[in-house]
Write a protein that binds this ligand. Structure first.
Ligand code: TYD
Ligand code: MG
Length: 471
């Protein structure tokens, strides 16, 4: 009987998926890992012994090639005190906006995953970085997506210096390993990790197993070198597809390239072992490639002549170390059903509901029968509590149809009791507002260039007239 014979073999054989490499003790019609049908094949357990990190790349160099990986010995513990600290070993990419997001510059011996939807400019950014970094040493640009001619013509279009950039158009991990030993680069760009495969990880390229194994091998390589590894990953609009998400814990830094509605691109760190994740890089895609937006503080305010429409208010917010003036927009309409809703994907909906509740209670303006829509000009997401006061003004203005006075910037957290609470880095926020021509700044504390407001009723009265606060 089949069951009996399978039982007898327990411990000596296993069933391995030819598509993803997933191994498990019993035969199944469908692989539980990748979901492919009829791909499980019986293998001897001796044959399917796991492959150690780095061994594939090392193997590619061939025996006796002098690669230290081929003579790998089992690592032994060493005293922590004997370890050489490698602080400050960073390599600038020549692109200040990218360096800022990386925490100053790219850290040596680190792996950086760059995610973003197709067409956003990942290849452009990294080719520009390759050219900028070439002052540090040789660069290896591996492309499994584009031909050498395509990359050359992009470099020409961008008028980039080509010195010291070596191209390799392949997806085969073992070939990449050989090129790494030949070139010994300080910067390695793999565009994209989804095109890299190794026959070791099953027959089908592009599976999660392929991704993990290949990324693991490449990361193991960079950990032993004074080099930086960039892995490009395509991420669909709906967010992280299973593949790149599975790589996030393997790498030191994950940066995401995003866009708002126009030509502006944002670079932000989602994870960074070597710096903060608050800094953003801002670029514009031009015919000469990605260009840094030099003074971005005013780029999220909407310039208008004359009066403001009802429902808008401006607040200075911090993204990392920089201040941006941002326009908040609110709209309220009577709820159609018994339940009211908050539609807000740039500002936390709970914050919107809370500020509306404070206005209802402290200022006497009813929101509990209204649907509320909140938007942020420029498409940035705002998480700071310092936006509360501007949010309150936008909501009040939307509900009453009275516009805020022009040229006013609002700063402050709003407590449940309606007090305007202090925020951090107030002086820098006031300075940013003043430098962009905001004549009046309402703030929680007395500060040069600002008017202090202590509670929400006082702030509303100041903005919309003394009859405004009705409660
Ligand atoms: P690309 O870097 O290929 O995006 P990704 O690697 O993320 O898929 O380029 C994205 C788009 O940018 C492409 O549609 C063409 C455009 N582009 C420019 O507008 N100007 C330029 O100088 C370059 C190189 C590209
Ligand atoms: Mg590309």
């Amino acid at each position: 009987m089949a069951v009996m014979s399978a039982k007898k073999k327990t411990g000596t054989t296993a069933f391995r998926c030819t598509s993803c490499g997933y191994t498990q003790p019993r035969w199944l019609g469908r692989c539980p890992d990748c979901g492919e049908w009829n791909t499980l094949e019986e293998v001897s357990l001796q044959d399917s012994a796991p492959v150690g990190p780095g061994s594939l790349i090392a193997g590619a160099a061939g025996p006796g090639s002098g690669d230290p990986f081929t003579h790998r010995v089992a690592p032994r513990p060493i005293p922590l005190s004997a370890v050489e600290a490698r602080d400050g070993a960073r390599l600038p990419t020549g692109i200040p906006e990218l360096d800022r997001v990386l925490g100053g510059a790219a850290m040596k011996r680190s792996a950086i995953l760059v995610g973003g939807e197709p067409g956003i400019g990942k290849s452009t950014l990294l080719l520009q970085a390759a050219a900028g970094a070439a002052t540090n040493g040789r660069i290896l640009y591996v492309s499994g997506e584009e031909s050498a001619a395509q990359i050359r013509s992009r470099a020409d279009r961008l008028a980039l210096p080509l010195d010291r950039i070596e191209l390799l158009c392949t997806g085969r991990l073992e070939d990449i390993g050989r090129a790494l030993s030949d070139v010994n680069p300080v910067f390695v760009i793999v565009d994209s990790i989804q095109t890299v495969y190794s026959p070791e990880a099953g027959a089908v390229p592009g599976t999660v197993n392929q991704l993990k194994l290949c990324a693991h091998e490449l990361v193991a390589w960079v950990k032993e070198r004074d080099a930086v590894l960039f892995l490009v990953a395509h991420v669909t609009k709906e967010g992280a597809i299973a593949g790149p998400k599975a790589l996030e814990h393997l790498v030191d830094t994950v940066i995401s390239f995003e866009r708002n509605d126009d030509e502006v691109r944002f670079l932000r760190a989602l994870k960074n072992r070597f710096g903060s994740v608050d800094e953003i890089g801002i670029f514009r895609m031009t015919e000469k490639g990605l260009a840094a937006v030099e003074d971005p503080s005013g780029m999220f305010i909407v310039r208008r002549s004359g009066d403001l429409p009802p429902g808008v208010a401006v607040v200075p917010v911090f993204e990392g170390s920089r201040v941006f003036m941002v326009e908040l927009q609110a709209l309220t309409v009577p709820a159609k059903g018994a339940m009211t809703r908050v539609f807000s994907d740039r500002v936390d909906a709970a914050r919107v509901s809370r500020v509306a509740a404070v206005l209802e209670k402290r200022v006497g303006l009813r929101f509990s029968d209204q649907d509320i829509y909140i938007n942020v000009a420029g498409g940035v997401r705002l998480g700071e509590s310092a936006i509360d006061l501007a949010l309150a003004a936008a909501l009040y203005s939307a509900r009453t149809d009275i516009p805020s006075p022009p040229s006013v910037a609002l700063i402050g957290e709003v407590s449940l009791a309606g007090e305007i609470r202090p925020v951090n880095r107030l002086r820098q926020r006031i300075k940013a507002a003043a430098s962009l021509g905001f004549a009046t700044v309402l703030a929680p504390e007395k500060e040069a260039g600002a008017r202090a407001v202590s509670d929400i009723r006082e702030a509303i009265a100041h903005l919309f007239g003394s009859s405004a606060a009705r409660a």
